[in-house]
Write a protein that binds this ligand. Structure first.
Ligand code: PHE
Length: 370
């Protein structure tokens, strides 16, 4: 029987020495598995005489139970230790500061556009929109550009190839075609509920959007943004136009210090026509507004030409109106002091990080002149 005692103390020592669950499992297989040492002993019982079996059976069973219990106990202990180690290893340090997240910013053009729309919205203008790809009728003909007239060339138009119907579509050179779309009542379903469809006068809309011309230098880019304005009602005159634009400039730049002047000009779709300049200072190589004795052109405007009203089915003897169109990007560069218009579209993330706006800053008028 010393064999059994010896075997038990050997196995117990091995079990105690096992350092992981897999080690304990190996001992279990070696002792209690099909061809394990204890299983072999149990098999010998069958060949014994009843007396011998009576004597040795309980001892072998006791050995098996003791070893099984030791194995189970050691397994549980090791599993608990492994879990504890894992919990300690994988614990979260909630006091660590979060990793900084890369944040996008609002592009200065969109910020400027939002600010402009906010000013006009307060003055009672609704927003209208039209397509970037226009036809000759809306971009030129309805706006009183004479056929084959060089005025059509004055915009350096991007034309598409002729379609099967012989028509050449174009990228709109200004937002003025939306004047026509707004006045030709019933001609377009509004693209969104907040956008005005063609309507009867009175009309009071602004049209923010992209425009395209073959042009590129420090103050021109082939794609740029305009905001068009159109007011049609009875008894509208130049005084309304002047007040609207002067009020807009003061609110947009958040100061009364910006001086303005109107110069006579020519547009086929307005009569009389004017350009508006803002007073500025160019002495330091950069343009500063609200100071100085130079002038910078920022928009075109005028009284809507009677022919344009007629093209849109509005009687010019009953209704009059004014219109204006201004460059959003250029006004943004002026307000926020950017020297080169082309940077607006260069997609340089350093420039955007410097000039971009927080997405959580609502379109408002908080920034002001620096
Ligand atoms: N469409 C003109 C331009 O882009 C601006 C303008 C709009 C002028 C409305 C008069 C009236 O130059």
């Amino acid at each position: 029987m010393t064999d059994l005692t010896q075997l038990q103390s050997d196995l117990t020592a091995q079990i105690a020495a096992a350092t992981d669950v897999a080690g304990v499992e190996a001992i279990r297989v070696a002792a209690l598995g099909k061809s394990g040492s204890i299983s072999a002993l149990l098999k010998t019982l069958g060949a014994m005489s009843p007396d011998e079996r009576k004597e040795k059976g309980p001892l072998i069973n006791q050995l098996r139970d003791a070893v099984s219990a030791a194995i189970a106990e050691r397994k549980t202990a090791l599993e608990t230790a492994e879990l504890d180690a894992r919990l300690a290893r994988e614990s979260l340090d909630l006091t660590l500061p979060a990793r900084p997240r890369r944040k996008g910013s609002v592009h200065p053009t969109m910020q400027t556009m939002d600010e402009m729309v906010a000013v006009f919205a307060e003055m009672g203008f609704a927003v209208a929109e039209g397509p970037d790809i226009e036809d000759d009728f809306h971009n030129f003909t309805a706006l009183n550009f004479p056929p084959k007239h060089p005025a059509r060339e004055m915009h350096d138009t991007f034309f598409f190839n002729e379609g099967p119907d012989g028509e050449r579509k174009l990228l709109r050179t200004h937002t003025s075609p939306v004047q026509v779309r707004a006045m030709r009542k019933g001609n377009t379903a509004p693209p969104a509920p907040w956008i005005a469809a063609g309507q009867e006068p009175p009309i009071r809309i602004i049209v923010p959007g992209r425009t395209y011309r073959m042009d590129s230098d420090a103050t021109h880019t082939p794609m740029f943004h305009q905001i068009e304005g159109l007011v049609i009602d009875k008894g509208i005159h130049m005084g309304h136009l002047k007040w609207t634009l002067e009020t807009f400039i003061a609110r947009f730049f958040e100061t009364d210090a910006v001086t303005t002047r109107f110069r006579p000009h020519h547009f086929p779709f307005t009569e009389p026509s004017a350009e508006m300049d803002v007073g500025c200072d160019r002495s330091g190589g950069e343009v500063k507004i609200g100071t100085g004795s130079d002038w910078l052109e920022i928009l075109g405007c005028g009284m809507v030409h009677p022919n344009v009203l007629r093209h849109c089915g509005i009687d010019p003897d009953v209704y009059q109106g004014f219109a204006f169109g201004m460059g959003v990007d250029r006004l943004g560069t002026l307000k926020y002091g950017m020297p080169d218009l082309r940077d607006m579209f260069a997609s340089d993330t350093r420039w955007l990080a410097h000039y971009g706006f927080s997405a959580f800053q609502a379109p408002n008028l908080v920034s002001g002149l620096s």
